[in-house]
Ligand binder design. Structure first.
Ligand code: CDT
Length: 318
């Protein structure tokens, strides 16, 4: 029996700074209902899905920053998503800004959770690769202050088992936006046998320190997720917050990638949109047991020798 998970990439269009959580959740519920009509077991929402992408602004006062964070999950505003998971029978992966008291102090993370069809949180991930800068840089057309507003995630890249129904259990992992550009993200999950990686993102078309990359933003988005999927024999679901948000153009280009590296589902707009694919988790075996049979073909001792040799590139000879 193939293990088919029908997954929905639940892309969101722009969210205004003035939009309330309740307004955003209403849009997400519409996507969950659409997902249900399309037979989805699971939908994936973008990074920081409940608000506008606030790291684009420099805020002086902590209370203005904290207004974008969730102190509880579920909260009164997000409870309808958990209720919908149960009543519709559709799990979800949600990105949000997490404010938590840990080790006797307040900590702030860029977080994603996976929720099953019973409405239970089955896994949590905190973003590790925080892009951007920590200080206000007024020369930029817009800021990218993730390094100021968040701590580096402290949960590693845990793969986890989740069950979305009879014959629908598998090994999942999560990553958030910039994580998807790093091969380590996929390989650490791949080494744990991951079968589907869920990734939400907010990616501006314009990268202020490297505008020469702007025209390649879609190419790079697809390149990293297709390579990550193929090289680790896993499904990858990448989902955007898209469109012109508060004057900043964000890529859409949400995609569902098979373990072959092929794109099998894609959003075509930059608004709220659902792309659906039936994903056979057993397809991963064909890659995990052959070309990317890690136990047979990886040579970690050799990689260590190279990394441990300080100044790995020898000086040029005349
Ligand atoms: N949110 C986030 O991580 N965005 C970054 C922007 C970096 S600029 C290329 C990303 O990697 O998409």
């Amino acid at each position: 029996m193939p293990r088919i998970i029908t997954v929905g990439a639940a892309q969101l269009g722009p969210i205004a700074r003035s939009d309330s959580r309740a307004q955003v959740v209403e849009r997400m519920l519409a996507l969950m209902r659409d997902a249900r009509s399309n037979g989805c077991d699971l939908v994936v929402f973008p990074e920081l899905a409940l608000t506008t992408f606030f790291p684009r602004w420099y805020f002086e006062h902590q209370q203005d920053i904290d207004a974008f964070f969730e102190r509880a999950m579920p909260s009164p505003d997000t409870q309808p998503l958990f209720d919908a998971a149960r009543t519709l029978g559709v799990g979800f992966c949600l990105g949000y800004a997490e404010l938590v008291e840990e080790g006797g102090r307040l900590r702030r993370f860029n977080t994603a959770i996976t929720v099953d069809k019973q409405g239970a949180i089955v896994a949590r991930y905190r973003k590790i690769h925080l892009p951007g800068h920590a200080e206000h840089e007024p020369w930029r057309r817009f800021q990218h202050l993730e390094k100021r507003y968040f701590e580096v995630g402290n949960l590693g890249f845990p793969a986890f088992r989740a069950n979305f129904g009879e014959g629908k259990a598998g090994i999942f992992g999560m990553a958030i936006c910039n994580d998807r550009r790093w091969s380590e993200t996929y390989r650490v999950l791949g080494l744990q046998g991951v079968e589907m990686i869920l990734i939400g993102y907010n990616t501006p078309v314009h990268n202020p320190p490297a505008p020469e990359h702007d025209a390649l933003s879609h190419f790079h988005n697809e390149l990293v997720m297709q390579a990550g999927a193929y090289q680790n024999g896993t499904w990858v679901v990448g989902v955007a917050k898209a469109g012109n948000e508060e004057g900043v153009e964000q890529i859409g280009n949400s995609i569902i990638v098979a373990p072959s590296g092929e794109i099998v589902g894609a959003c075509t707009t930059t608004g709220d949109e659902l792309a659906v694919a039936r994903c056979d988790l057993d397809l991963t075996a064909s890659y995990k047991n052959t070309t990317f049979n890690f136990a047979r073909h990886r040579e970690p001792a050799q990689y260590r020798m190279i990394v441990e040799r300080k100044g790995a590139v020898p000086p040029a000879q005349d």
